[in-house]
Ligand binder design. Sequence first.
Ligand code: AQP
Length: 333
Amino acid sequence: MVKKIFSGVQPTGNLHLGNYLGAIKNFVDLNNDSQNHCIFCVVDLHAITVSQDPKELKKNILETVATFIACGIDPKKSIIFNQSQVSAHSEAAWILSCVARMGWLNRMTQFKEKAGKDKEKASIGLYSYPILMAADILLYDTTHVPVGDDQKQHLELCRDIAQKFNNDFKVENFLVAPEPLIQREFSRIMSLKDGTKKMSKSELSDLSRINLTDEKEQIINKIKKAKTDIMPMPSSIEELSQRPEAKNLIGIYSSLCSLSVEKTISQFSGKNFSEFKNDLSQILVDKIIPISNEIKKLIKEKHYLDDILLKGSEKADKMASEKLKKIHKIMGF
Ligand code: AQP
């Protein structure tokens, strides 16, 4: 079966190891399967749900494209574009916001986490952003969405919106309810400073994450300073449930080496953390430094990156505006 894949990354700077292992690595595998039709979107409209410096935003959009390509996405095989250039996304989001229910959105945990204590001051966009995400996905008859574990709830909302639209307007299967593609293991990479918090671009401390543009010395230093507990390396998987930092670092190592957690544990059982950290740093340097160098090279090729976005948005616009036209007809516009 041909899979129609859609996924997005926000151009909010500091793309990190969590974005790579939770999402982009998966994008690359999907891009390499000739059975799939892939669309990878730089979701700049999502980025402005929190305030952005326009100059930085422009730079980050191009850096996100450079990161996609440096990680291995081929713009000849997959469509790469930025969301703001295809107006159907915003139009469909309005229509779908009249289908979605307040109660559904009120349950979204990411809004609660991102808005924090002072949710009165959060933008309305931050609250309604899962509806724009649903529009992004549904405009392309997407069948599969590769995302990190943190986006699972938003994808369930997208399915509910598709089903309600189809029921309300009696158009069976018109909007395709997509399936999430979430890796079973290592789908949520945690902060290097706190194993209970997700690794995130917006976390103030740079020591909490490995950025995809980090230099060798930065990676080594961050792993050296990464929080661990006072006990030696675990000898069983059961021990990990009480040791979030050890669990996270072992997960990162296993994911990068394509090993099971059990295998990694048996490899390092009884050894001390410093030995494990040395090996982890080495694996990270081997994986991240070629990506980091390629991003830095590509970022200077502004015309090349602009051209990828232009061509990608022309293709995406054609597909999305055809779907939107059908939506208009169904709704009586
Ligand atoms: N820590 C993570 N572990 C696994 N997957 C992750 N993703 C993000 N963080 C992790 C996945 O990366 C994709 C792109 O994410 P995004 O840029 O759209 O935004 P986000 O999820 O809000 O990422 P951040 O880092 O947490 O950004 P800020 O700090 O700006 O809010 C998604 O598929 C996501 O699941």
